[in-house]
Design a binder for this molecule. Structure first.
Ligand code: NAG
Length: 501
């Protein structure tokens, strides 16, 4: 039999993307299409409408021969809010209504477990928050949420501001891929969030280089021949573990409250004890979660930041209004001499609306994956045990019933809160992204520095979308950035006029 290495990339998992090699789920025992079960009132339940496509490949080719968003939208138009399909041997039920998303992610979350291919789990680390459930998941989630809560974020503002300052400084004066610049920024912000801003520069660079090797192999077909990207990634993952264990050992020696201060997610993980006050987290549990946070924080945030630059660039009027909002803060801070504060970030009303609208428009997490752990009834339909279940966030965000004129970039729509369960850029329920406020803070700080100190110009076409693997404008949006403060422009021309130029 020929080896057909079909690697399918999927946007999944709330908060970050875990592209799936769906081949890996074909070994699962699955139920036939003719499954019949009985609902609560003894009625026979039907499977949802939809087509299962060809045997084995199902509708995978249809999905990948066109824009995935068109695939989902046309299905929804034909079948309604719930429909079935088959992707590379996995029978799936897709759900396109706010109500159904709530059912799967919140109200009946215990019936649907997060599901990832084993090769992805191995690469990130099986102890990472998002692969787990139950008590361990809850305990970890509390720790992560604590490290990303309002008090922690307030203290992080200067570090984030410093990371933004150095990212934009390095870009100043030349053309670069916006996405690459934003990835570097998100990595740096991930590092200060985890290590509390006191990490030795050598460690940081080693983590960065090894992490980038892991990332390159992440989407590759898992094979362990030396020389392949996947194999290199596995090796680099081992390096990451070694580096993290070294840092952990140092901090354990220094004790809590050592000269690194006592903040950052890592210290929270190190201090953690279970309810009985015993069992601390193991080095592997800590390392897996550090890699997990870096993974969850980087490409997602970088993609949204890239879209924000594009949307602002494409609407000069909006950019002017944002500049007015941000210049007021900048001037109050004596033109950047005094640091940006947490309270100031809370007052950026229009910028915040732009961020929400960018999250909606770009919907970089198009959908997420769950797996039914039992036969489940939803509105008279049967979702059989073992089937994948996919809430389609993008379809909900682009449905004119909930967002009028959905293809128009209009931040003012967020002057009123969206209807419940219609806006889920960070997912919902116990597996929702715990980093949502950190991500938004990073976006606010970036916009502040960007529009008060810089101008940017997009180089080349930017209207096509590419998947890298989240959607971003073509080639990561090449742009030229240079220093030019809005008021300076006026100042300069006044000087010129005065000089009779
Ligand atoms: C990975 O980490 C090791 C140290 O553990 C370091 O020697 C190496 O240069 C790093 N970078 C790469 C790309 O492997």
């Amino acid at each position: 039999m020929a080896f057909v290495f079909v690697v399918v990339f999927f946007f999944t998992a709330v908060c970050f993307l875990l592209p799936l090699c769906l081949l890996l789920c074909t070994s699962e025992k699955r139920r036939g299409v003719g499954v019949q079960s009985r609902g609560g009132d003894g009625q026979k339940l039907r499977l949802p409408p939809g087509s299962m496509g060809w045997p084995y490949v199902g509708e995978t080719l249809q999905l990948y021969s066109q824009d995935p968003n068109v695939f989902f939208a046309s299905k929804q138009k034909r079948y309604g809010e719930i429909f079935k399909t088959n992707l590379l041997g996995c029978p799936c039920v897709m759900l396109a209504s706010p109500e159904a998303a709530r059912f799967v992610l919140v109200s009946q979350a215990q019936l649907f477990r997060p599901t990832y291919p084993p090769s992805k789990e191995r690469m990130i680390g099986p102890w990472a928050l998002f692969f787990n459930q139950g008590e361990y998941h809850l305990r970890l989630r509390r720790l992560v949420q604590g490290a990303l809560g309002p008090d922690a974020l307030r203290a992080l503002v200067p570090d984030i501001d410093a990371a933004v300052f150095s990212t934009l400084g390095a870009w100043d004066g030349h053309v670069a891929s916006t996405f690459h610049a934003m990835k570097r920024l998100s990595f740096d912000v991930g590092i200060v969030t985890i290590f509390g801003g006191q990490l030795d520069g050598r460690y940081k660079e080693e983590l960065r280089t090894n992490y980038s090797v892991v990332e390159k192999g992440y989407n590759c077909f898992p094979n362990r021949f030396p020389g392949t990207l996947y194999h290199k990634a596995i090796q680099a993952r081992k390096q990451l573990r070694a580096i993290l264990c070294e840092i952990v050992a140092e901090r354990r020696r220094a004790g809590a409250g050592g000269d690194h201060g006592d903040r950052g997610l890592l210290d929270g993980l190190l201090r953690s004890r279970d309810d009985a006050g015993a069992a601390a987290l193991t080095d592997d549990q800590i390392a897996d979660n550090v890699v997990g946070v870096l993974f969850a924080a980087q490409d997602t945030t970088a993609s949204v930041l890239t879209w924000i630059l594009k949307y602002l660039h494409d609407s000069p009027k909006l950019l002017q209004d944002i500049q007015a909002e941000q210049m007021a803060i900048y001037v109050a801070n004596e033109r950047g001499k005094r640091p940006l504060t947490w309270t100031q970030t809370r007052s950026m009303t229009l910028t915040h609306q732009v961020i929400l609208e960018s999250l909606r428009m770009a919907s970089i997490i198009s959908f997420t994956f769950r797996e039914a752990v039992a036969d489940v009834e939803y509105k008279g339909f049967l979702i059989p045990k073992g089937w994948k279940v996919m809430p389609l966030f993008r379809n909900i965000h682009h449905n004119p019933e909930y967002f009028q004129d959905p293809h128009k970039f209009d931040p003012s729509r967020f002057k009123v809160a969206p209807r419940p369960n219609t806006f889920l850029p960070f997912g919902s329920g116990v597996h929702a992204c715990p980093g949502n406020e950190l991500a938004k803070l990073e976006m606010l700080v970036l916009v502040h520095r960007l529009v008060t100190v810089y101008r940017w110009e997009i180089v080349g076409a930017s209207d096509e979308v590419e998947y890298s693997p989240f959607p971003v404008p073509r080639r990561g949006l090449n742009a030229k950035l240079w220093k030019q403060q809005p008021e300076e422009e006026i100042g300069c021309s006044l000087v010129q006029i005065a000089a009779g130029a």
